[in-house]
Design a protein around this ligand. Sequence first.
Ligand code: FIX
Ligand code: ZN
Length: 412
Amino acid sequence: MSASTIFLDRVTRVLDSTPVHDIHTHLYDPAFGSLLLYGIDELLVYHYLVSEGFRHLEIPYDRFWAAGKETQADWIWRALFLEHSPVSESCRGVLTTLHALGLEARRQDLTSLRRWFAEQSPREYLTRVLDLANVQSICMTNSPFDPEERPLWDQGFQRDPRFSAALRIDPLLVSWQTVVPQLRDWGYEVSAELNTRTADGVRRFLADWTERIGSRYCMVSLPPSFRFPASTETAWLIEHAVLPHCREQGQAIALMMGVKRAVNPQLRLAGDGVGLSDLMALQNLCAGFPDNKFLVTCLARENQHELVVLARKFRNLHPFGCWWFTNTPQLIEEITRMRLELLGTSFTPQHSDARVLEHVIYKWRHSRAILAKCLAERYTDLERAGWQVSEQEIRRDCGELLGGAFGKFSGL
Ligand code: FIX
Ligand code: ZN
């Protein structure tokens, strides 16, 4: 057996048995009831598959959206799995998931798959799925602006300790004018005018929600047009409210850069696109605010190298994840290799971005396998350089990559 094969086996074993802290998902604590999505229909109408389904579907968009979830799932199943081979990463994800659950996709039609999912008892099933994915903790994405989740936070509930919260503030930063009346309604003294009183009001809002949901960090997704410094509401609010809030709490801000929302609105959630970010803005933030910590992921492949180089320059910057359109085997491998070669283990290679519970199974299985390959290559090269890596060191490194480095950086 060659050195690299031996390492691949060793690293795979360690990575598979190391529980991961999934630092960004769209899953919910089970107390949120129907907001925690699971089952075959949810898997098939995942927006990644919807946009791929419309490559083949000839029905009008309106007809698709007017149909029930089962009908939509039937259409997608037929278009992407029966009439064509499911070779895309999102389709393969459904198959990895069913296989891991012991279900044979080919033998079972959708009706019997639906029956199987309906028979699962939700609480036990949640534990089974997290075990299959070897996920230790799930960080949710929690928006005070979301009318569906807000009432439960207001009311309070018994938390599931496996689920932590992150405060999502996109509307606040990207559509300030529409948020002003809402904040005022909720008792915060803000005005459309950007002044000290407004900054104080926004800071109070952020502090209240951080406490209410027990948020671990604040997060926002930003369009390619984002600049900093700039005479925009977004830049002003970041500088005068969000960054001071994060400093006061000792928390990081997560910036998800490069999403173009609603490139094709007819596709709804599946209609977002990608654009190149100006990472000069990030450089200015990291240099100008050394007491703030920035967790950053970029959507554009072309931004990945610059992001890694910036992280070499600024220790208050922590790259994370292969987000959305970069969450494909080829790009995960390229990005992870580049990050390992330029940053060692001081980054977080992946988050699942799961929207449906079972996503954690395939996203982590696929990503762990690629991470094992990239890490084994590095260890093989080290051995060629006369440096033997011990089992304990492999465990340490895998622990850092699967959430340890994130926790240390974020002060958790
Ligand atoms: O903004 C985000 O957090 C994105 O991850 C989502 O908006 C996106 O729809 C998604 O699910 C990507 O994986
Ligand atoms: Zn997300």
